[in-house]
Design a binder for this molecule. Structure first.
Ligand code: NAI
Length: 208
């Protein structure tokens, strides 16, 4: 696949295309025009054509897009044509909620380990996966290849754990801790801050 640089704005729209196309496939829709897709998805038809043109020539004049082909292509672009070994660090409120959410598995993010320091949690199981002692993390990373770690620990331990994860070969971090992690350039960090969405709501409500 062509690895030319795509703007983050386009990248951030891709999961929405993936989700809507999946829905169309489930509803047995074979093809769709950019105009129809635009009505469903909320981006303009020209935006959709521009976005998809970044990755190749998908649509056909007068035919539109073949839903299955486009869905498969977007999955491939999103890297969903492989499996990712994923672990969770911190099995508190957020960690347990993420661990219990089955859909990540369906997308190929296979949960292979959960770690915590709390002796009351160590040994318990979430979806058949035993919560392990974080002291064992280093050894676990040496023995099993882990692609992505989901960080659900308090902010004061997030950087220390991050360093262990990176030393152990983890390349992607889904960070829930409210801290800006310092990582080498080749490591991907995606921060999730629910409060930022909430503040956007309060801003928009008060601007009316
Ligand atoms: P929690 O206190 O319920 O869970 C934290 C868990 O991390 C505990 O089970 C604790 O034993 C464990 N832990 C502490 N140090 C550890 C270490 N060194 N290694 C492994 N496990 C360790 O907290 P909660 O509510 O689940 O929040 C987790 C993190 O997410 C916190 O940093 C919190 O500030 C943040 N948070 C983020 C939100 C977001 O939108 N991104 C929303 C709410 C909380």
């Amino acid at each position: 696949m062509d690895k030319k640089k795509i703007s983050m704005a386009v990248v951030r729209r891709l999961p929405k295309y993936q989700r809507y196309l999946k829905e169309l496939m489930v509803n047995d829709v074979d093809r769709i025009s950019s105009k129809e897709l635009s009505e469903k998805i909320g981006f303009t038809a020209s935006q959709i054509r521009q976005d998809l043109n970044c990755f190749g020539d998908f649509g056909q004049q007068g035919y539109g897009y073949n839903v299955k082909d486009l869905y498969n292509k977007i999955c491939e672009i999103l890297g969903l044509n492989r499996e990712y070994s994923t672990i969770i660090i911190g099995a508190g409120n957020i960690g347990q909620a993420v661990a219990n959410y089955m859909n990540f598995d369906k997308l190929g993010f296979k949960l292979t380990g959960i770690f915590d320091i709390n002796p009351k949690l160590i040994g318990l199981k979430i979806r058949d996966i035993e919560i392990m002692d974080t002291d064992y993390l280093d050894k676990f990373l040496k023995e099993s290849k882990v692609d992505i770690a989901i960080l659900c620990v308090p902010k004061n331990s997030a950087q220390r754990i991050t360093n262990v994860l990176i030393d152990g070969g983890v390349q992607g971090l889904w960070n829930f801790a409210p801290v800006d992690l310092v990582v080498p350039e080749n490591i991907i960090v995606e921060n999730v801050h629910l409060s930022e969405s909430l503040l956007t709501i309060s801003y928009l409500m008060n601007r009316r």
